[in-house]
Write a protein that binds this ligand. Structure first.
Ligand code: CMC
Length: 381
């Protein structure tokens, strides 16, 4: 079999969770178009849909919301652990460590018990936002604030992070951003989650490995780099020149390109509309015009290769408007993507076979060991 670097186009599993048509720019979760979910659903309802396969009934949704709400708090040991991390460390590393640490607290590994699976889902969905917000306050030298039971999921996260109850528009836009990032088939972090799941380890290890994978700049970490790039460009009229230089130097434009899409990522278009709603109410982000100009200038230069804005291109501008610091953009992505990871965890367990791909060996054939003093590359000779 020929080598396919990056496994491009190689099916490695069957899945009924997410359907992408990269030529049409369409994305569906469990058959529901992302546009419909982003207009009508809530993040927790979408999470339920992704993980259990069907939209919840009224009763199922209220039970799910109530249980997530009841499990938002962190053990004081997890809070204390977060306090020991250096404040200069990246919040994704803090999140990866604290997600893995949950496995210490819930060490029973009963992945064939539906109750265990349900409880693990609840804990991870409930506690990950609290961990992200707690690390943010701790690194500012403050004690984390407790979740508020009267606030829904997204409002509560923004409250724990900014210490202010968000206005309804901010909370709505944030919740919808979470819906848009919740699942995207076999991206690198989800693949990583499935590989880890295939060993039958616990779900906390599954999520921790996915968080580590999401952190890289070619994946979730791109949303941070987009803002740095827009600031480097500085003004809209410099976008064309920036693109020409980047293309000449074979440098990637952050927030552009996607293995699956040959057109603009549908999530980027929806996010751009949400951004405009926020900017109309609270004032425009100064980098928005730079972003629009970059997108326009890129049509002729990158469009013919099927390279258009992806989900990371406009998300950072929205998060900035919501008061979220730049290095929390990727942890926020993780808060959302945990829904997809857990859906894939369940699906993997349903028809498991351990992942163990092959390789094409390019190293030396059999060699004879040489005694240390006889090696030709001895430095002192
Ligand atoms: N800017 C300029 N050229 C690009 C870009 C880009 N952002 N993306 C791809 N290309 C070019 C690349 O140079 C190559 O050209 P050539 O064939 O002439 O050498 C061609 O397109 C194929 O690129 P590739 O890197 O082999 O494509 P891939 O499918 O392996 O990579 C990607 C997909 C997302 C890693 C890549 O587009 C990229 O690095 N984008 C920038 C980082 C980014 O925005 N990542 C977020 C991805 S979406 C959300 C997520 O997954 O978290």
């Amino acid at each position: 079999m020929p080598l396919r670097p990056g496994l491009e186009g190689v099916p490695v599993t069957q899945s009924s969770i997410c359907d992408i048509d990269g030529n049409q720019g369409s994305l569906k979760y469990r058959g529901y178009p992302i546009t419909e979910l982003a207009s009508n659903s809530s993040f927790l309802e979408t999470t339920f849909l992704l993980i259990w396969g069907e939209l919840p009934s009224k009763q199922e949704l209220s039970d799910f919301e109530r249980e997530v709400q009841m499990h938002r708090r962190l053990s004081f040991r997890v809070r204390d652990m977060l306090k020991c991390f250096p404040e200069s460390g990246h919040p994704m590393d803090a999140l990866q460590s604290s997600a893995a640490a949950l496995g210490l607290f819930y060490s029973r590994r009963a992945i064939d018990d539906p109750k265990y699976i349900y409880n693990a889902v609840i804990r991870l969905v409930a506690k990950i936002p609290t961990m992200v917000a707690a690390f943010q306050l701790i690194r500012k030298g403050q004690d984390p604030i407790q979740p508020r039971d009267d606030l829904p999921y997204s409002s509560n996260f923004l409250y724990m992070l900014t210490e202010q109850e968000p206005d309804p528009l901010s909370a709505k836009v944030f919740d919808r951003c979470l819906i848009l990032h919740a699942e995207h088939s076999l991206n690198a972090s989800t693949f990583s989650a499935r590989v880890t799941a295939s060993t039958l380890t616990d779900p906390y290890a599954v999520v921790a490995s996915a968080v580590g994978t999401l952190a890289g700049p070619l994946h979730g970490g791109a949303n941070e780099d987009v803002i740095a790039m827009l600031e480097e460009i500085g003004t809209p009229h410099k976008a064309g020149e920036y693109l020409d230089n980047a293309i000449k130097n074979k440098q990637k434009i952050m927030g552009f390109g996607h293995r699956e899409y040959r057109v603009k990522d549908p999530r980027a278009s929806i996010l751009q509309n949400f951004g405009e709603e926020l900017f109309a109410r609270f004032g425009k982000d100064e980098m928005y015009e730079v972003a629009k100009s970059l997108e326009e200038e890129a049509i002729d230069r990158l469009g013919p290769k099927g390279i258009y804005p992806n989900v990371d291109f406009y998300s950072g501008l929205i998060y900035r408007k919501l008061g979220i610091p730049r290095d929390l953009f990727t942890p926020v992505f993780a808060i959302s993507r945990v829904a997809g990871w857990l859906a894939h965890w369940r699906e993997q367990l349903g028809a498991n076979r351990i992942f163990r791909p092959s390789q094409i060996y390019t190293g030396m054939k059999t060699r004879t060991w040489t005694a240390l003093e006889e090696r030709p590359n001895n430095k002192d000779e």
